[in-house]
Ligand binder design. Structure first.
Ligand code: P1T
Length: 381
């Protein structure tokens, strides 16, 4: 199957008991056993281990990312945590320096006393990255494009290095989605998603996912999830599954609108820098053309004045864009990273990365582009 067919049919079966075309919401915590240890269906005993609605979503996730196994979690951070928990004191993890603030907070704060050592590096400096690898290194963690600066890293080039050193390689594919980029095909071992974003697509749930290329590693991570418990409930599993069925159509429009918004901002007298991989001026434009099908719906920008107050006043004046945390829904959102999505990254670190006080991040939705540009113009002027 090709991608647009997979989002609708990949890993899906009509419901075995009724023929229902759409997977029902199996709102049950447990499953009857006629004899102890012998449930009616061998896959279903207790819903922390598996629930048919979640299984349908997990099969869809595996299908669209070309993995052997999908796992659905109660949030994106729960998915990341499930993977990190499999490492032990003394293990080392190398992560991209520009990450979602919550991921950075987990690595530097929650795992502070775990004995697991985290290194943060710009993965575009492949020599520096490789020089950090030693016999304790176990995992490489990457976000591309990054949140909020839209930096890219070359997944295939990094995979060559991780394979050489026998390391696991995980990619947070939240911003790109498998419509635009398939990390497992480029050599990664694990894909992570905040399914809260484009996969769900309607800003009506919190969910996460891991998709694993190797079935044995998938089994190990399923055990970890089962034994620690951060699963996605049946109602939210149904909603993410429903969202995935229109992922290709939504992403197409997100990309069209994202490109137009980025070009509009780049030509605006009040705007200094626009961060969007679809612009010729973007430092990773060529890499984006190589590893992504198009450039997505996330656009960040700064003001010529460099003033935080200009960002605040813009964010107070936009009307159609809603000032809110999160991204990837059908509606356009705006975010002030220093006080919202990246408040948990220390100020000094933010500045080193380029997350300045006047940086604004837009999640460009799928509304009519004329209305979006009109709103941006009135707020800027
Ligand atoms: O919010 P949650 O579903 O737990 O996902 C965390 C997460 C992981 N990775 C990326 C790239 C993300 O953007 C997020 C969540 N991000 C926001 C809430 C935000 O506003 O950027």
């Amino acid at each position: 199957m090709k991608f647009n067919t997979k989002v609708i049919h990949g890993g899906q079966k009509h419901d075995a008991s009724t023929g229902a075309v759409m997977t029902p919401i199996y709102q049950t915590s447990t499953f009857a056993q006629p004899s102890p240890g012998k449930p009616i269906h061998p896959d279903y005993e207790y819903a922390r281990s598996a629930n048919p609605t979640r299984t349908a979503l997990e099969n869809a996730l595996a299908s669209i990312e070309n993995g052997a196994r999908g796992l659905a979690f109660s949030s994106g951070l729960a998915a990341t945590d499930c993977l990190i928990r499999t490492f032990k004191s003394g293990d080392e993890i190398i992560a991209m320096d520009d990450l979602y603030g919550g991921t950075y907070r987990m690595f530097t704060n929650i795992y502070k006393d775990s004995g697991i050592v985290f290194h943060f590096v710009d993965m575009n400096d492949l020599d520096k990255f490789e020089s950090l690898i030693n016999e304790n290194t176990k995992l490489v963690w990457l976000e591309t494009p990054t949140n909020p600066l839209m930096k890219l890293a070359d997944i295939a080039a990094i995979a060559e290095i991780t394979k050489k050193h026998n390391l696991l390689f995980a990619v947070d594919n939240t911003f790109a989605t498998p419509y635009l980029q398939k990390p497992l095909d480029l050599g990664a071992d694990i894909v992570m998603h905040s399914a809260t974003k484009y996969l769900g697509g309607h800003s009506d749930l919190i969910a996460g996912a891991l998709i694993i290329k190797d079935a044995d590693l998938g089994k190990k991570l399923h055990f970890q999830q089962f034994a620690t418990g951060a699963i996605l409930g049946p109602m939210d599993s149904f909603l993410v599954l429903r969202g995935i069925k229109t992922l290709h159509l939504r992403m197409q429009r997100h990309c069209e609108n994202g490109q137009k918004v980025a070009e509009f901002l780049e030509n605006h007298a009040k705007v200094k820098t626009v961060y969007y991989p679809g612009l010729q001026s973007h430092p990773f434009h060529d890499l984006a053309k190589k590893q992504m099908k198009a450039f997505g719906g996330m656009v960040s920008f700064t003001f010529k004045s460099g003033k935080k107050n200009d960002a605040i006043s813009f964010l107070e004046k936009i009307k159609l864009f809603t000032l809110a945390e999160s991204l990837g829904g059908v509606e356009s959102l705006a975010n002030h990273p220093i006080v919202m999505s990246h408040a948990s990254v220390p100020g000094k670190k933010r500045l080193e990365l380029g997350i300045t006080d006047d940086l604004v991040r837009l999640s460009v939705g799928i509304e009519d582009i004329e209305d979006l540009l009109e709103d941006l113009e009135q707020a800027l002027s």
